[in-house]
Design a protein around this ligand. Structure first.
Ligand SMILES: O=C([S-])c1cc(C(=O)S)c[n+]([C@@H]2O[C@H](COP(=O)(O)O)[C@@H](O)[C@H]2O)c1
Ligand code: NI
Length: 435
């Protein structure tokens, strides 16, 4: 039988789907989050257990053993982290924990992440107990567990190349309900520190029926430190999925936390987003204004910050020639734009839609020409220079001064700017623009 469909070889397929963007992460705590669940999920997604063990071993604390085991939660495979730490009876405050992390001489980004997560935890505890930050003590085994979980997560994120990733998105967090026993007696779930951390971080909370503690303070502190934003998965090419298990296996739900690790599909390698901010487009068709109004209105619209404004001739009802006025604007300028359109045109209504735009990474340089200069905008797709546009008005001015055709100036400037090859922000004449 003839094979009608062909498939790409693995290497080709990988190339076809290859993304050039930076590492990206999505965390799914829709069944809860704890420090050990998150670390187990990151290890399950491919972070090196050896690297985490090595980093944790640098902490000058009681010896700690880390094991990862395969378990089932509600019928699903998951990885469970087993932290074996002695109960030393030591109470450590934020300064002591910070000193332990600092003395370990971990890579700066790992250190910064772990210290930031501990600060988030300690600040929340201080606030809910109404005591100064310096008075917060982390307790015994709990403290050592938390140090291992928080530093371990920092090490695992570093191993996956995620510590400087611009897109680390965390989904809605299930917190649970009911009560939990703590050293201070029973506490309402979600416990106060969790509510403090999640509300401070602007985290969305997922409704969940389980009457148990689903999100712990360390889990919340880690999520808040990880999240560059909250919501559904970002645009990414997935590479691995990690499933971390909680200790309990209740019958009602899978006690797991999932992570999705990949490569950003909407950013350059340096993290620059391809998509600009969403813009609004304002449209209205008009057949009864004095045509002399248009130039001033378009000018006014740009003056109040519209990204673009234009007219398109259209044939309207009753065969009347008219204009379709279209304006692109950032949400912040939408009201101003609508006011101008209403007052200048007398239209009774406008249509507003949301549009996405894709932008090239760009810079602007000034190319010397004689004793003047021509500004040139350059656009990059990844690292490739794909657009070189001299400013026409600049080119016209120098052409008139040198008494040469403007087309020649444009050609010469474009050729030199293309060959200049200076990367954005590299040369003394270059400057990043927001246009
Ligand atoms: O011991 C204290 S002060 C304590 C405070 C709180 C507050 O929310 S305040 C919560 N807890 C509970 O301790 C365990 C361990 O949490 P980890 O984040 O270390 O895993 C958990 O059940 C918390 O709800 C303790
Ligand atoms: Ni507390």
């Amino acid at each position: 039988m003839t094979e009608l469909l062909t498939t790409a070889e693995p290497a080709e397929a990988a190339e076809a789907g290859a993304a050039t963007g930076p590492a990206a992460l999505w965390v799914d705590p829709s069944n809860g989050a704890a420090g050990d669940m998150l670390l187990a999920a990151l290890l399950d997604a491919g972070a090196s257990l050896a690297a985490v063990r090595q980093g944790v071993a640098r902490l000058a604390v009681e010896p700690v053993a880390l094991e990862l085991e395969a378990v089932r939660r509600h019928g699903l495979r998951a990885a469970r982290l087993i932290v074996t730490a002695p109960d030393s009876g030591t109470h450590r405050d934020l300064a002591a924990v910070t000193a332990i992390i600092t003395r370990a001489a971990l890579p700066p980004a790992v250190h910064a992440f772990a210290v930031s997560a501990f600060n988030t935890l300690a600040r929340a505890e201080a606030r809910v107990h109404g005591v100064p930050l310096a008075d917060i003590h982390f307790h015994e085994v709990g403290a050592l567990d938390a140090v291992v979980d928080l530093v371990g997560c920092a090490l695992a994120l570093a191993d996956l190349g995620l510590l400087d990733a611009p897109a680390r998105v965390v989904g809605p967090v299930a917190v649970g309900s009911g009560t939990v026993r703590t050293g201070h007696g029973p506490m309402p779930v979600p416990v106060p520190a969790v509510l403090e951390i999640l509300s401070g971080a602007g985290a969305p909370i997922a409704a969940h029926p389980a009457a148990m503690e689903l999100c712990t303070p360390s889990g919340a502190a880690l999520l808040a430190t990880i999240a560059t934003s909250w919501g559904p998965p970002p645009a990414l090419v997935p590479h691995s999925v990690g499933v971390g298990a909680g200790t309990k296996d209740p019958p009602g739900h899978p006690n797991i936390l999932r992570v999705l690790v990949g490569t950003s599909a909407d950013r350059d390698a340096d993290g620059t987003p391809w998509l600009g901010e969403p813009l609004h487009r304002v449209d209205t068709t008009i057949d009864d204004v004095d045509p002399r109004v248009w130039p001033d209105l378009l000018e006014q619209l740009r003056a109040v910050g519209a990204a673009d404004a234009w007219c398109t001739p259209v044939l309207m009802r009753k065969g009347r020639p008219g204009q379709l006025l279209s304006v692109l604007t950032a949400p912040a300028q939408l009201d101003l734009v609508c006011r101008l359109v209403f007052t200048y045109t007398g239209t009774l209504g406008v249509r507003v839609s949301t549009v996405q735009r894709r932008r090239l990474r760009r810079d602007q340089i000034a190319m010397p020409y004689g004793d003047a200069a021509v500004r040139v905008k350059r656009g990059y797709l990844g690292d490739r220079l794909v657009s070189v546009q001299p400013e026409y008005d600049d080119a016209l001015a120098v052409a008139q001064r040198a008494d040469v055709p403007v087309a020649r100036v444009l050609d010469e400037v474009r050729a030199v700017a293309r060959g200049a090859g200076a990367p954005p922000e590299a040369g003394p004449l270059s400057e990043a623009t927001t246009a």
